[in-house]
Design a protein around this ligand. Structure first.
Ligand code: FES
Length: 180
Protein backbone atom coordinates (compact mmCIF):
# COMPACT_ATOMS: atom_id res chain seq x y z
CA UNK A 1 0.00 0.00 0.00
CA UNK A 2 1.31 3.44 -0.91
CA UNK A 3 1.18 5.96 1.91
CA UNK A 4 1.19 9.74 1.62
CA UNK A 5 4.92 9.99 2.30
CA UNK A 6 5.70 7.63 -0.63
CA UNK A 7 3.39 9.61 -2.88
CA UNK A 8 5.17 12.84 -1.99
CA UNK A 9 8.58 11.26 -2.74
CA UNK A 10 7.31 9.93 -6.08
CA UNK A 11 5.90 13.31 -7.03
CA UNK A 12 9.12 15.08 -6.04
CA UNK A 13 11.20 12.70 -8.19
CA UNK A 14 8.92 13.11 -11.21
CA UNK A 15 8.76 16.88 -10.86
CA UNK A 16 12.56 17.16 -10.65
CA UNK A 17 13.03 14.94 -13.69
CA UNK A 18 10.54 16.96 -15.67
CA UNK A 19 12.17 20.23 -14.63
CA UNK A 20 15.65 18.89 -15.51
CA UNK A 21 14.41 17.72 -18.91
CA UNK A 22 12.79 21.10 -19.53
CA UNK A 23 16.00 22.98 -18.69
CA UNK A 24 18.04 20.68 -20.92
CA UNK A 25 15.63 21.04 -23.82
CA UNK A 26 15.36 24.82 -23.56
CA UNK A 27 19.17 25.05 -23.34
CA UNK A 28 19.54 22.96 -26.49
CA UNK A 29 16.99 25.08 -28.32
CA UNK A 30 18.78 28.28 -27.32
CA UNK A 31 22.09 26.85 -28.53
CA UNK A 32 20.56 26.02 -31.88
CA UNK A 33 19.20 29.53 -32.26
CA UNK A 34 22.49 31.12 -31.19
CA UNK A 35 24.61 28.92 -33.45
CA UNK A 36 22.61 29.97 -36.47
CA UNK A 37 23.27 33.61 -35.59
CA UNK A 38 27.07 33.43 -35.31
CA UNK A 39 28.69 34.84 -38.45
CA UNK A 40 31.49 32.77 -39.97
CA UNK A 41 30.19 29.41 -38.79
CA UNK A 42 28.66 28.78 -42.16
CA UNK A 43 25.40 27.77 -40.58
CA UNK A 44 23.33 30.73 -41.65
CA UNK A 45 22.10 28.86 -44.70
CA UNK A 46 21.30 25.71 -42.78
CA UNK A 47 17.79 26.93 -42.13
CA UNK A 48 17.32 29.18 -45.16
CA UNK A 49 14.06 28.61 -46.95
CA UNK A 50 14.89 27.46 -50.46
CA UNK A 51 11.96 27.09 -52.84
CA UNK A 52 12.56 25.03 -55.95
CA UNK A 53 10.85 26.07 -59.16
CA UNK A 54 11.03 24.76 -62.71
CA UNK A 55 14.44 25.38 -64.23
CA UNK A 56 14.28 28.38 -66.54
CA UNK A 57 16.89 29.83 -68.90
CA UNK A 58 17.40 33.49 -68.01
CA UNK A 59 20.43 34.62 -70.00
CA UNK A 60 23.87 33.99 -71.41
CA UNK A 61 27.09 34.37 -69.46
CA UNK A 62 28.94 35.87 -72.44
CA UNK A 63 26.32 38.63 -72.75
CA UNK A 64 26.93 39.97 -69.24
CA UNK A 65 29.10 43.02 -68.71
CA UNK A 66 30.68 43.51 -65.30
CA UNK A 67 28.65 45.77 -62.99
CA UNK A 68 25.83 46.16 -65.53
CA UNK A 69 22.73 44.43 -64.06
CA UNK A 70 20.10 43.03 -66.39
CA UNK A 71 16.53 42.17 -65.43
CA UNK A 72 14.61 38.93 -65.85
CA UNK A 73 11.37 37.43 -64.57
CA UNK A 74 11.35 34.38 -62.28
CA UNK A 75 9.64 32.29 -60.99
CA UNK A 76 6.60 34.02 -62.50
CA UNK A 77 6.21 36.89 -64.98
CA UNK A 78 5.25 39.37 -62.25
CA UNK A 79 8.47 38.81 -60.25
CA UNK A 80 11.32 40.88 -61.67
CA UNK A 81 14.89 40.17 -60.61
CA UNK A 82 18.35 41.39 -61.44
CA UNK A 83 21.26 39.34 -62.76
CA UNK A 84 24.68 40.87 -62.30
CA UNK A 85 28.35 40.00 -62.83
CA UNK A 86 29.99 41.54 -59.78
CA UNK A 87 33.63 41.04 -60.68
CA UNK A 88 34.18 39.68 -57.15
CA UNK A 89 33.46 36.22 -55.74
CA UNK A 90 30.04 35.93 -54.16
CA UNK A 91 28.02 33.42 -52.16
CA UNK A 92 26.24 31.09 -54.60
CA UNK A 93 27.95 32.89 -57.50
CA UNK A 94 28.42 31.04 -60.78
CA UNK A 95 30.95 31.33 -63.57
CA UNK A 96 34.73 31.11 -63.53
CA UNK A 97 35.05 33.89 -60.94
CA UNK A 98 31.98 32.74 -58.96
CA UNK A 99 30.82 36.33 -59.39
CA UNK A 100 27.50 36.07 -61.24
CA UNK A 101 24.50 36.33 -58.94
CA UNK A 102 20.83 37.17 -59.10
CA UNK A 103 18.49 38.76 -56.56
CA UNK A 104 14.95 39.95 -56.23
CA UNK A 105 15.44 43.72 -55.82
CA UNK A 106 12.40 44.48 -53.67
CA UNK A 107 13.43 45.67 -50.21
CA UNK A 108 12.51 43.13 -47.53
CA UNK A 109 11.54 45.89 -45.10
CA UNK A 110 8.51 47.50 -46.76
CA UNK A 111 8.92 46.84 -50.46
CA UNK A 112 11.08 49.71 -51.69
CA UNK A 113 12.27 49.28 -55.26
CA UNK A 114 16.02 48.64 -55.48
CA UNK A 115 16.15 47.69 -59.15
CA UNK A 116 18.27 50.73 -60.07
CA UNK A 117 20.18 50.93 -56.80
CA UNK A 118 23.25 48.79 -57.62
CA UNK A 119 26.55 50.31 -56.51
CA UNK A 120 29.50 48.69 -58.25
CA UNK A 121 32.10 50.14 -55.90
CA UNK A 122 30.72 48.26 -52.89
CA UNK A 123 28.81 45.45 -54.68
CA UNK A 124 25.65 46.38 -52.81
CA UNK A 125 22.04 47.08 -53.62
CA UNK A 126 20.84 50.22 -51.88
CA UNK A 127 20.23 52.55 -50.30
CA UNK A 128 16.55 51.83 -50.35
CA UNK A 129 14.61 55.01 -51.24
CA UNK A 130 12.24 54.50 -48.30
CA UNK A 131 14.38 53.88 -45.22
CA UNK A 132 17.93 53.48 -46.55
CA UNK A 133 18.46 49.72 -46.20
CA UNK A 134 21.47 48.38 -48.12
CA UNK A 135 22.21 44.75 -49.03
CA UNK A 136 25.56 43.04 -49.76
CA UNK A 137 25.37 41.02 -52.99
CA UNK A 138 28.63 39.18 -52.31
CA UNK A 139 27.16 37.64 -49.13
CA UNK A 140 23.76 36.30 -50.12
CA UNK A 141 22.11 39.75 -49.98
CA UNK A 142 22.64 40.19 -46.25
CA UNK A 143 21.56 43.53 -44.77
CA UNK A 144 24.49 45.87 -44.11
CA UNK A 145 22.57 48.94 -42.95
CA UNK A 146 19.06 50.28 -42.58
CA UNK A 147 15.73 49.06 -41.25
CA UNK A 148 15.34 45.70 -43.00
CA UNK A 149 15.95 42.56 -40.96
CA UNK A 150 15.88 39.96 -43.75
CA UNK A 151 18.35 39.38 -46.59
CA UNK A 152 17.24 39.97 -50.15
CA UNK A 153 15.83 36.83 -51.78
CA UNK A 154 18.58 35.28 -53.89
CA UNK A 155 17.81 33.43 -57.09
CA UNK A 156 19.60 30.08 -57.32
CA UNK A 157 21.57 29.81 -60.56
CA UNK A 158 23.14 27.06 -62.62
CA UNK A 159 25.50 27.33 -65.56
CA UNK A 160 25.38 24.97 -68.52
CA UNK A 161 27.87 25.91 -71.20
CA UNK A 162 27.13 29.59 -71.76
CA UNK A 163 23.51 29.38 -70.64
CA UNK A 164 22.39 30.60 -67.24
CA UNK A 165 19.41 28.92 -65.60
CA UNK A 166 17.37 29.90 -62.56
CA UNK A 167 16.37 26.93 -60.42
CA UNK A 168 14.90 28.31 -57.20
CA UNK A 169 14.62 31.17 -54.72
CA UNK A 170 16.45 31.42 -51.39
CA UNK A 171 14.16 33.41 -49.08
CA UNK A 172 10.74 34.90 -49.48
CA UNK A 173 9.92 37.46 -52.17
CA UNK A 174 8.47 40.58 -50.51
CA UNK A 175 4.67 40.64 -50.38
CA UNK A 176 4.28 36.88 -50.52
CA UNK A 177 3.45 34.72 -47.55
CA UNK A 178 4.65 31.59 -49.31
CA UNK A 179 7.12 30.82 -52.07
CA UNK A 180 5.01 27.98 -53.37
S1 FES B 1 11.34 49.76 -47.48
FE1 FES B 1 13.46 49.61 -47.75
S2 FES B 1 14.28 50.24 -45.88
FE2 FES B 1 12.14 50.39 -45.60
Amino acid sequence: MVNNEDKEKECLTNCLTTRRQFLFMSGAATATILLTQIPGLGLSNAFAVVAKYPRQKIGKLSALKQDMPVTFSYPSKDVKNILVKLGAPAGAGIGKGKDVVAFNPVCTHMGGNLEKAYHAEYKVLGQCPFHLSTFDLTRHGIIVSGHATESLPQIELELEGDDIYATGVIGLVYGRNSNI
